[in-house]
Ligand binder design. Structure first.
Ligand code: ARG
Length: 118
């Protein structure tokens, strides 16, 4: 659509819509999630039309490197290996990993986790 005068330029965002609450589909087949909303805000800010391409997570970095898409938003962690291949934005989410030992199970409430998370 970018050659038609008066039409907005397209910003193509690739994702792997299998990762709620960051990206998934609602029951009507629309994309939903944190990354989807953030992508819409970015496109709005740039005055571009947002196009979302759903693909396999493993294909995202390659699609970006090949220039088939403009950006990737997929809850993707900025690992050292990926950093060597693509440019990451600033971090906008950090997921803490946690574990519970067998001895501490079962966990029935948040209180049960106190002091056991990292
Ligand atoms: N944060 C993990 C990673 O970067 C998992 C991301 C999975 N994302 C997805 N859209 N399936 O490897």
């Amino acid at each position: 659509g970018s050659d038609d005068l008066g039409e907005k330029q397209v910003l193509t965002m690739a994702t792997s819509a299998d990762f709620p609450p960051f990206e998934s589909y609602d029951t009507e087949g629309n994309f939903i999630g944190f990354d989807i909303e953030l992508a819409e805000l970015i496109a709005d800010e740039l005055d571009y039309e947002l196009k979302i391409e759903d693909m396999n997570f493993d294909g995202l970095v390659g699609a970006l490197q090949a220039g088939r898409v403009d950006m990737v938003m997929a809850g993707m962690s900025a690992t050292e290996n990926r950093r060597q291949n693509v440019d990451f934005s600033i971090e906008y989410n950090r997921s803490g990993e946690m574990f519970v030992t067998k001895e501490d199970a079962p966990v029935e409430s948040l209180e049960d986790l106190e002091g056991k998370t990292v």
